[in-house]
Design a protein around this ligand. Structure first.
Ligand SMILES: NC(=O)c1ccc[n+]([C@@H]2O[C@H](COP(=O)([O-])OP(=O)(O)OC[C@H]3O[C@@H](n4cnc5c(N)ncnc54)[C@H](O)[C@@H]3O)[C@@H](O)[C@H]2O)c1
Ligand SMILES: [Zn+2]
Ligand SMILES: [Zn+2]
Length: 379
């Protein structure tokens, strides 16, 4: 099969690799129809993770089931399915509690597995013609009859919409509250969209890319351009001087100032400063335990200079981590099916798999207009 393979920093190529296949009786084999490039892929693409060369990337996958193992009961050949980026077993202590992003079975010795992801198990990704799905009965979200027609909406259930939703959950957002979101990439946009759906009174999003800030405006949120203004002052001004009730970090450890200089503590400290006393912080932007590629001594050990004093003094709380996609994807699917939500608004490019290396380059440069790339391996 054809697949997008990681060769090393900023080097990916479409190659012929052995076909994905049923390896265990609980597996399904899915023919990928659409698969996205994610900001998380960029951490790997840039060589800022432990990703092994030769592996297939891609964890935001939707397709049709073409075969199932002998122990698969529920999922049938021909089903349209969307796969959560995290792979869960369904029976470990964390999966039982709905914390499927931290499955204890699928990546032994660690907590949490995913397709085509550094440090999250040996599973190949779905930027390929075929994908092996472990524990298929548990992991497959079987889509309604409008799956084909609304595939660009449903594919966002694999990661970024549940992740954006999770950010607002972690922050504790309630209807009528205000929220500030750092980052207007796909995840930040989905956090803002989630906050709008949940009835936040004021949704403020900070970034510096005009095309992304335009999308912020398009969904009814308030854009703040941190290359033109101090974002903390701006948030305080918009919230009567007290700060937002809630805040989300949707950038991660490679956050930088608007000149491009990395400063891993920038968004976290701005978040603390722009959220009011007793407010909640939801951190879904990725932070890593080691980052040898960083210029910063602290960050190399996965540490940042965090404004602990202000955080403590304000009595804020913070929650973090990978999104437990399965906790939300069925319900968010219902919103799409009912015509209440259209997360595909952020798709900027739908391309063939062969065009993926070029798409990685543009998305990595955050070139104007490259908001979210969807690949079609079957095209
Ligand atoms: N927790 C999870 O389950 C989960 C799931 C998916 C993605 N992620 C992570 O979420 C993060 C965002 O993903 P994405 O797909 O939106 O990526 P992206 O790289 O496309 O978007 C990041 C955005 O942050 C902006 N940014 C950089 N520095 C900033 C700063 N100081 N202030 C404000 N904005 C700043 C960039 O301009 C960019 O628009 C990544 O770290 C990704 O790995 C986490
Ligand atoms: Zn992703
Ligand atoms: Zn599990």
């Amino acid at each position: 099969m054809k697949a997008l393979v990681y060769n090393g920093p900023r080097d990916v190529a479409v190659k012929t690799v052995p076909d994905a296949r049923i390896e265990r009786p609980t597996d399904a084999l899915v023919q990928i129809v659409v698969t996205n490039i994610c900001g998380s892929d960029l951490h790997m693409y840039e060589g800022r993770t432990d990703m092994e060369t030769g592996r297939v990337l891609g964890h935001e996958n939707l397709g049709r089931v073409i075969a199932v193992g002998s122990a698969v009961d529920r999922v049938k050949q021909g089903d349209w399915v969307c796969l959560p980026f995290n792979i869960g077993c369904g029976f470990c202590e964390n999966c039982e509690r709905g914390l499927t992003g931290f499955c204890l079975t699928c990546n032994p010795g660690s907590a949490g597995a995913a397709y085509g992801f550094a440090d999250m198990g040996p599973y190949e990704g779905g930027q390929a013609e075929l994908l092996r799905v472990p524990y298929a009965d548990f992991n497959c979200l079987v889509l309604p009859p409008d799956a084909e027609q609304k595939q660009l909406d449903y594919v966002m259930l694999s990661d970024i919409w549940p992740t954006g939703w999770h950010a607002t959950e972690l922050a504790g957002l309630k209807p009528g509250e205000s929220i500030v979101i750092y980052g207007a990439g796909p995840v930040g946009l989905m956090a803002a969209y989630s906050a709008m759906v949940k009835g936040a009174a004021q949704v403020i999003v900070v970034d510096r890319h005009p095309d992304r800030l335009k999308l912020v405006e398009q969904i009814g949120a308030i854009p703040v351009d941190d290359s033109k203004t101090d974002p903390v002052e701006q948030v305080l001004k918009l919230t009567d001087g007290v700060g937002a009730h809630r805040g989300c970090e949707c950038v991660g450890y490679q956050c930088h100032d608007h000149h491009g200089h990395e400063a891993s503590n920038l968004t976290m400290n701005r978040l603390v400063a722009s959220v009011r006393p007793t407010g909640g912080l939801g951190v879904v932007g990725v932070f890593v335990p080691q980052d040898p590629g960083s210029q910063d001594k602290l960050q190399q050990r996965g540490q940042i200079a965090f404004d602990m004093g202000t955080f403590w003094f304000k009595g804020q709380f913070m929650r973090t981590g990978q999104a437990n996609v399965k906790a939300y994807n069925r319900y968010l699917m219902n919103l799409i099916h009912a015509g209440r939500a259209q997360p595909s608004f952020l798709v900027s490019h739908t391309l063939k798999l062969d065009q993926a290396p070029d798409a990685y380059r543009h998305f990595d440069e955050r070139d104007a207009g490259w908001t979210k790339v969807v690949l079609r391996p079957a095209a």
